[in-house]
Write a protein that binds this ligand. Structure first.
Ligand SMILES: Cc1cc2nc3c(=O)[nH]c(=O)nc-3n(C[C@H](O)[C@H](O)[C@H](O)COP(=O)(O)OP(=O)(O)OC[C@H]3O[C@@H](n4cnc5c(N)ncnc54)[C@H](O)[C@@H]3O)c2cc1C
Length: 305
């Protein structure tokens, strides 16, 4: 984007604008080239103005939350990248209902819910990133006692969104569709989420959080950069188990390695490039398909490639 356009954009909005921002700083994988323009919009009117501006100059717009489920190209992202963590991050509770800005951290929402003795969100412990990212991805976890999947979509009452033309609307339960790690919100920027929880006991909530966190710590890789699970679990299978049984655990390409602890995690041992990760993903898909006939599908979002 040339200087004149940047100046015009600066005059239009109240939020912070960063030029040529390194995206590896904003992803849990610690991978990703530069964004032409990174913006922390201050409010919804900033987002509207950015969209109108970008549409009139044909500039692409991408939204990144906590960057914990993305693989961003080594070449980065052209155009404008929006991040809502500074401007749209409020959390308000009214009895069993919580209204939350899409840029709020999921961990902060969980903390607030447990403080207010509201139950239902405990499964989110240890899931990094923002509430907007979690709702778009329908983030969830297998409840360890009864082995049921619980996802954030189960708790959502409504979602305020803006479409790429700048129209804001409120989507209610009937308009929303949540499936395993999928929602019908991919055409929108998620702005605000209303969740309905249940009143619970502080002790039971905290016990459940501790139990799930212990389970996470023992099964997932939390101390080396990654993007969580790379693949969705295919129907009736565990992606991690398929990769493990294909003998791939520990395989590395460059600094990208299939975790020894959890075969559905690829870790960045230092200087992995997006291309290293992509090559490893290709190798895993091919090997698992050859050995089992099962096609693995990425859970992570690959951006800029
Ligand atoms: C160690 C680790 C453990 C994890 N464990 C789990 C787990 O147990 N369960 C699970 O489900 N996931 C897990 N994840 C994956 C990830 O944390 C979740 O998917 C998370 O909810 C993504 O949120 P985010 O804000 O980081 O989204 P991002 O990674 O920033 O974005 C994900 C996608 O959502 C889009 N997006 C983000 N914000 C918005 C918005 N406001 N409006 C529209 N689109 C948006 C992005 O464009 C992108 O397509 C884990 C990841 C890590 C690194």
């Amino acid at each position: 984007m040339n200087k004149e356009l940047v100046k015009e954009l600066c005059d239009l909005i109240k939020g912070e604008i960063l030029l040529n921002e390194l995206l590896s700083k904003h992803t849990s994988f610690r991978i990703g080239g530069h964004a032409d323009v990174w913006i922390y919009p201050k409010d919804i009117s900033d987002i509207k103005n950015i969209l109108t501006f970008c549409n009139s100059y044909n500039i692409p717009v991408t939204t990144i939350g906590g960057g914990t489920n993305v693989l961003i190209s080594d070449k980065g992202i052209r155009g404008v990248v929006l991040n809502l963590e500074h401007g749209l991050c409020g959390i308000k509770t009214k009895r069993e209902r919580i209204t939350c800005g899409a840029g709020a951290l999921l961990s902060k929402l969980l903390k607030q819910a447990s403080k207010e003795e509201l139950t239902g969100l405990e499964f989110a412990v240890g899931i990094p990133g923002t509430v907007g990212g979690a709702v778009g991805m329908n983030a969830g976890t297998k409840e360890i006692r009864n082995l049921e999947y619980i996802s954030i979509g189960d708790l959502v009452e409504s979602v305020k969104v803006i479409d790429m033309n700048g129209n804001v609307s409120e989507l209610r339960k009937d308009d929303l569709c949540f499936e395993y790690r999928k929602s019908n919100l991919s055409e929108y920027i998620i702005l605000e989420i209303k969740l309905k929880l249940k009143t619970g006991s502080k002790k039971e909530i905290n016990d459940r959080i501790s139990r799930l966190l212990e389970h996470k710590k023992s099964t997932q890789v939390l101390d080396i950069p990654s993007a969580g699970c790379i693949f969705k679990n295919p129907d009736g299978h565990s992606a991690g188990k398929l990769i493990d049984e294909a003998g791939l655990k520990g395989l590395a390409i460059g600094d990208a390695q299939i975790s020894e602890k959890h075969a559905n995690f690829i870790v960045n041992n230092g200087n992995a490039s997006a291309q290293d990760v992509l090559n490893l993903i290709k190798k895993i898909k091919l090997t698992v398909f050859e050995k089992t006939g099962v096609k693995l599908e990425e859970e992570i979002k690959i951006i800029g490639i």
